[in-house]
Design a protein around this ligand. Structure first.
Ligand code: SF4
Ligand code: SF4
Length: 199
C-alpha cells in the first residue's frame, strides 16, 4: 500500500514538473513585449521569454539614463576637477596655458584661459559613478542615455574629446615655453639688478 502511495505521489510530482516545463517551453516561443520601465505593467510582464531579441529589440531607457559620458569641449574650461575626482583615474587631460590670457567664453559665460590639448576618457575603466559630472563647474561633462557602443578593440573605448590638432598643441606648448623662459629671464635680471643695487 505504501509503495502504491509513493508511486502515485512520484508520478503526480513528475507530471506537475513536466507541465511547468511544457508551459515555459511554449511560452518562450513568443517574443517579449518591449515596454518602458515607466510602464505600469513593466513588472507584471512575467510571460514569454525573459530576454529580448537584442539588437532587433531594445529596452527603452530613460532620457536621463546615466550611461556613456559625453563632453561638450567648447564649454570646458580645462580646470581638471573631473580628472582629479575620478576614483579610477580614467580621465586624462593635458592643459596648455594660453599666452594671450582669455581665449574665449563658455556658453555660461565662464572665461577660458587654457587649451585642452588632450581630453580622453577610458570608458572601459569608468565605473559610472557620475562624480565628474557633479564637480564640473560648467556642466559640460554629462552622462548620456547611450549605453551600447560595442567595440572589438578595447582601445576604442577611450573616447577623445579634444578638438586640437597635435601640431596646434605643439605650437601652443612652444609659445608657452618661450613666454615662461622670457619671464624667468626677466625675473632673474630684476633680481640681479636688485642685488647689484643693494651692494
Ligand atoms: S563617471 Fe566616475 S568613474 Fe566614470 S569618469 Fe566620471 S568620475 Fe570617473
Ligand atoms: S570639470 Fe568640466 S570644465 Fe573642468 S576639465 Fe572637467 S569637463 Fe572641463
Amino acid at each position: 500500500m505504501k509503495l502504491i502511495k509513493q508511486t502515485i505521489k512520484g508520478l503526480t510530482t513528475a507530471w506537475m514538473g513536466l507541465t511547468l516545463t511544457m508551459r515555459a517551453l511554449f511560452a518562450s516561443n513568443k517574443k517579449r513585449k518591449v515596454v518602458s520601465i515607466t510602464d505600469n505593467n513593466y513588472f507584471k510582464l512575467q510571460e514569454n521569454t525573459n530576454t529580448i531579441q537584442y539588437p532587433k529589440q531594445a529596452l527603452p531607457v530613460p532620457e536621463v539614463g546615466r550611461y556613456q559620458l559625453d563632453v561638450e569641449i567648447d564649454d570646458c574650461i580645462v580646470c581638471d576637477l573631473c580628472a582629479k575626482i575620478c576614483p579610477v583615474n580614467c580621465i586624462d587631460i593635458e592643459s596648455i596655458k594660453s599666452t594671450q590670457g582669455v581665449i574665449g567664453e563658455t556658453s555660461d559665460g565662464s572665461k577660458k584661459m587654457l587649451y585642452a590639448a588632450k581630453f580622453d576618457i577610458d570608458m572601459a575603466k569608468c565605473m559610472y559613478c557620475g562624480l565628474c559630472t557633479i564637480v564640473c563647474p560648467t556642466e559640460c561633462i554629462t552622462m548620456t542615455n547611450q549605453y551600447d557602443r560595442t567595440v572589438f578593440d578595447l582601445a576604442q573605448l577611450t573616447y577623445e574629446f579634444s578638438d586640437m590638432a597635435p601640431e596646434e598643441a605643439a605650437e601652443k606648448r612652444r609659445l608657452l615655453d618661450e613666454q615662461q623662459a622670457a619671464k624667468a629671464a626677466a625675473k632673474a635680471a630684476a633680481l640681479k639688478a636688485k642685488e647689484g643695487g643693494v651692494s
